[in-house]
Write a protein that binds this ligand. Structure first.
Ligand code: FES
Length: 633
């Protein structure tokens, strides 16, 4: 037998997988995204499923405690079916209901309005021309006649045509009485004529803007004729089964047999699922999708294109390519028109990708005088500082704490996550909000920033992030891993257990916030600038949306500048992909931004490490850097 079957409950979904593949891989194939924080290494224990029927063998050393094993619980990443099996995948082991950041760009919104694309010129467009029929006095060749008309009616030069399209040209021109729509796609520095069709009876054409995030993927379907958003959809990146962060994904892609193919397949399936959903609900045919623009970090782009990501994580951190050439959709297996070109926004370095260059374009900072800081905070804190004169970027590893990983009660920003917290009455009382007002089941990144800030302000922890000795509140107690603070008591929570933050968690959070601030200071210092010089701060990304800037300043994570200088720009990667799709000019501007950005490698020299160590206090070793926290403003 070359295949095994796995039935997943309660979904009642059955899939076939090649012999030797794990339950985790089967789940991914079934569209069930199990948590795989350690990338299938058997270490995190988050991919638990329960065997209901059938037999398994175990591929690795990862195991669950005996009392759980006796009840049939197994680690999906370690279990290989022997024949047909049935497993139950509980909610707690799944990535689900994540708030994918779509920015509420509902159908009908002009995708490019806000960002000022004055003259839309999509990367795929149609131009209608009425040619003068040839005569004996004017017997110019058909192609020459078409090229002349494009130039004289639309100023379009520098076109190219394939032999296949050329072969059909004479017939089409005459059958349509010389009135045709010319399909043009931007490729490199010219326009490729992808088809010539009768002008009458044209159907609408669409493009896709895709944000390929490490955690989530968001897709916007855009009408290329009107520039309107026709629909949006988002989902978890199915690569999540191969690890939470880019490093785990690279390791899996490089070291797992067939890893690169599997990771490419996972993200392709994620995108195809979203595209199918968008097209089916609007009764559109996939051939109507004629261009795709993707924005992602450098690793995501490599894995999507099937490129070798090995050297991204190895010193001196060199990607295969920063400005990937366009690739035909058919080559990538995207379920759109096979002739559609797929464009990826250009990046700058291994850890400063197209999502960041696109974000810079969306803010407009590259064309303005004001000194601006652009921040995208996730597992990596990526940032760009500059203005119309210069642009500098860096990426610091903030760790997964703000994404809810690596912390006992941490979770992503999904319903039930505590997203805002106030510790009052000297630490006796805690007020909190959860996403969708559900009973709390954990704390997400923005909640942790609030918590750190509140515990500090309430005097529960000191400047080094340690619990102050001798506190009377019952919320501070000894736990299995030392002292801990109870954020929510078991009776209040959605899972019936206390939600706590331990001393080790606090140190993790402190390191994460210190890395972000140290990155900002290192960029500023490389130009001899102080924090006060920053005139605007743009925060991007899903996490940024929920950050309380005041609290982030209180803990010394964000620079202490007046709050009115802060602005949230949302999913700037998706917006940039949409803009690039609709405007060749914007596309060129993003390429120019990528060329202009100087990447600062933080591992070179001691500056970043010095700044990091100084930032491991609340708010900082040098209190003068955070004057507003002293004034109580
Ligand atoms: S234990 Fe299975 S993914 Fe971590």
């Amino acid at each position: 037998m070359s295949e095994n079957k796995v039935l997943f409950l309660p979904d009642d979904v059955k899939v076939k997988i090649p012999v030797g593949q794990t339950i985790l891989q089967a789940a991914s194939k079934a569209g069930i995204v199990l948590r795989g924080a350690c990338g299938g290494g058997g270490a995190c224990g988050r991919c638990r499923v329960q065997l209901k029927k059938g037999r398994l063998s175990f591929a690795g050393t990862g195991k669950l405690p005996p009392e759980e094993s006796e009840k049939g619980w197994i680690l999906a990443c370690q279990a290989v079916p022997k024949g047909e099996v049935t497993v139950f995948a509980p909610e707690s082991s799944r990535l689900s209901e994540h708030r994918v950041l779509l920015e509420g760009r509902q159908a009908g919104v002009l995708a490019a309005t806000a960002e000022g694309v004055a003259e839309p010129a999509p990367l795929f467009r149609r131009q209608v021309v009425k040619l003068v029929a040839p005569t004996l006095a004017d017997n110019t060749d058909d192609y020459g006649r078409l090229v002349w008309a494009l130039e004289h009616e639309y100023g379009i030069r520098n076109v190219r045509i394939s032999r296949q399209v050329l072969a059909e040209l004479p017939g089409t021109l005459r059958e349509s009485d010389w009135h045709v729509a010319v399909e043009l796609a931007v490729v490199d520095d010219c326009l490729e004529i992808q088809g010539v069709r009768p002008a009458a009876g044209q159907v609408s054409v669409f493009g896709l803007a895709v944000d390929i995030g490490t955690t989530t993927v968001a897709v916007e379907l855009v009408d290329l004729d009107t520039g309107e958003v026709a629909g949006t959809a988002g989902a978890y990146n199915r690569q999540a089964a191969y690890g939470d962060d880019v490093i785990a994904r690279i390791i899996n892609a490089v070291e797992m047999p067939g890893g690169r193919v599997k990771l490419q397949e996972a993200v392709r399936e994620t995108i195809n699922g979203l595209v199918t959903e968008l097209l089916e609900t609007r009764s559109l045919d996939r051939t109507q999708v004629r261009a795709v623009v993707c924005a992602g970090n450098t690793t995501m782009v490599h894995l999507f294109l099937g490129l070798d990501p090995t050297y991204i994580r190895l010193e001196p951190y060199v990607p295969s390519v920063n400005m990937p050439p366009p690739v035909k959709a058919a080559e990538l297996g995207l379920e759109v028109n096979p002739e559609a070109w797929v464009y990826c926004l250009p990046g700058v370095a291994s850890y400063v990708g197209g999502d960041i260059t696109g974000g810079v374009r969306v803010t407009g900072m590259a064309g303005e005088k004001a000194l601006t800081l652009f921040l995208d905070i996730g597992t990596n804190g990526e940032m760009v500082l500059g203005n119309r004169e210069w642009l500098m970027a860096c990426a610091c590893s903030a760790g997964p704490a703000f994404e809810g990983s690596g912390i006992a009660c941490g979770m992503r920003a999904i319903p039930g996550a505590i997203e805002a917290i106030r510790v009052v009455d000297g630490g006796f009382e805690v007020l909190y909000n959860t996403i969708d007002n559900r009973k709390p089941t954990g704390i997400c990144g923005s909640g942790f920033i609030d918590l750190l800030s509140s515990l500090f302000e309430a005097g529960v922890i000191d400047r080094s992030g340690r619990f102050v000795p001798g506190l009377e509140t019952p919320r501070v107690r000894g736990g299995e891993e030392g002292r801990e603070f109870v954020v929510a008591w078991a009776g209040e929570t959605g899972h019936g257990a206390d939600i706590t933050v331990t001393q080790a968690d606090l140190q993790n959070l402190l390191r994460a916030k210190a890395a972000v601030f140290a990155g900002v200071r290192t960029l500023l210092a490389s130009l001899g600038l102080e924090i006060g010089a920053v005139e605007r701060v743009f925060i991007a990304g899903g996490f940024g949306r929920f950050i309380n800037a005041r609290d982030a300043i209180t803990i010394g994570m964000l620079p202490d500048v007046p709050l009115q200088r802060y602005k949230y720009v949302g999913n700037s990667a998706l917006k940039a992909a949409g803009l690039g799709l609709l405007s060749q000019k914007v596309w060129e501007e993003i390429k120019e931004i990528a060329r202009r950005i100087t990447n600062v490698e933080l591992s070179v020299g001691n500056k970043f490490m010095e700044e990091f160590v100084s930032a491991l206090f609340l708010p900082h070793t040098d209190i003068k850097l955070f004057p507003s926290t002293q004034k109580g403003t």
